[in-house]
Design a protein around this ligand. Sequence first.
Ligand code: 5BU
Length: 454
Amino acid sequence: MEEKEQFFLEIYNLGIIKFGNFTLKSGINSPIYIDFRPIASRPDLLIKLSDLLLHEVPSYDFELICGVPYAALPIATTLSLRSKIPLIIKRKENKGYGTERMIEGIYKIGQNCLIIEDVITSGDSLLRTIIDLEKEGLIIKNIMSILDREQGGIENIKKRGYNIRTLFRIGEIFKIFQKKSFLKKKERQMIQFFLMKKNIKNIQNKRISYEEKKEKISHPIGKKLIDITLKKKTNLIVSADLIDTKKILKLVSLIGDRICGLKLHVDIINDFSYSFINYLKNISIEKNFLLLEDRKLCDVNPTNCLQLHYGIHKISSWADIVTAHVIAGSMSIQNLNIPYNMGLITISEMSSYGGLSDDNYIRKVLNISLNNPKVIGTVAQRKVDDRLLLFTPGIHFYEKKNNLGNRYIHPVQAFEKNESDFIIVGKAIFQSKNPKITAEEYRNAGWKAYENGL
Ligand code: 5BU
């Protein structure tokens, strides 16, 4: 331990731990941020680190080494140089041209690959790397991480049957710091707070309930959506992607009792009229569900504003919730002059495969969402901050993906893995033989999956 301890103190001096208020990749807030990237500029420490990692690897039966991009890349490279075992490189995103390969280097199907991760929090980025390597036919038996933040990541990976070891654990590190009286008072307090929160979460190991979430959401329409959900015991939002008002109204008459929201794309409706929208609004009040317009605003502000209030659809006159991309930045969804009881859902990460949003973009959208009081939640394919409602489209019991670029997951996965709050289901319901029964099946699956997480 002495050698490891000494090593950690050396890398700590490079500034790898920062104190403050940080939003992590997942959108979760943390008083500490750990970044091993500075080590890349210190060859002596890189060598020490890779030797320590190699020493801890349980068995030497691997034929390849791969680092989780990007922070672990120089570390994996050093490991490869020290052990003379070949390196392969995992891309974070597809180049979109050329070979479109996600893994670069020389490898063969069936080879055993050691994965190196720097910091493990939820284990999500690691899982993405595992999936991409396995898609190429590689076998993952061993994974080494440098530091475990002890926030469930290691357990998540072990649960899926992988052998993972870590060089350091955050609890251990803080003990070393205490022993050496290393930290300032404020830093000590921040760490105590972090450990306390971490322990509470680990003990409870359960998702946040709708009641707790309601306390954290300040927007009235966010609260109302939760009230409806609790009252009707449904977290199902049906996406009525139909081009004919009669068909939409027929669908609503069948499923209205089972949903907390109805999502529309009004611009696909051939015979849109105000009498239709008034009729629908009345049913939504009578059956107690909200109307979501999936407009996906994505322009600069004056245009977003015009698209919301004017034109044929006058969305702001009837929609309870509207979706928006924030590709144009935080200002694009400020000062939209929307009614006080109308909320926005941002789109952090779409459900399609090959989407262009990377971790950095997603983190920025989550930050913008948390700082805009009109935003009630977001669409993402991962767990997000508890102060945002998480909406998950791309839900299907049986389909995984279609040839149009859409990816689907089971409701259980949406609640279990991502701790989603609402599932959005389209064709699985409106194209089914019996939408009433199918909607009930999705309502039931969504509600049970939510309750099981509590
Ligand atoms: P589906 O029939 O279950 O695939 O319908 C999904 C609906 O959700 C459809 O209206 C899409 O436009 C919408 N959607 C989506 O599929 N994925 C996303 O990331 C977002 C919206 Br945002």
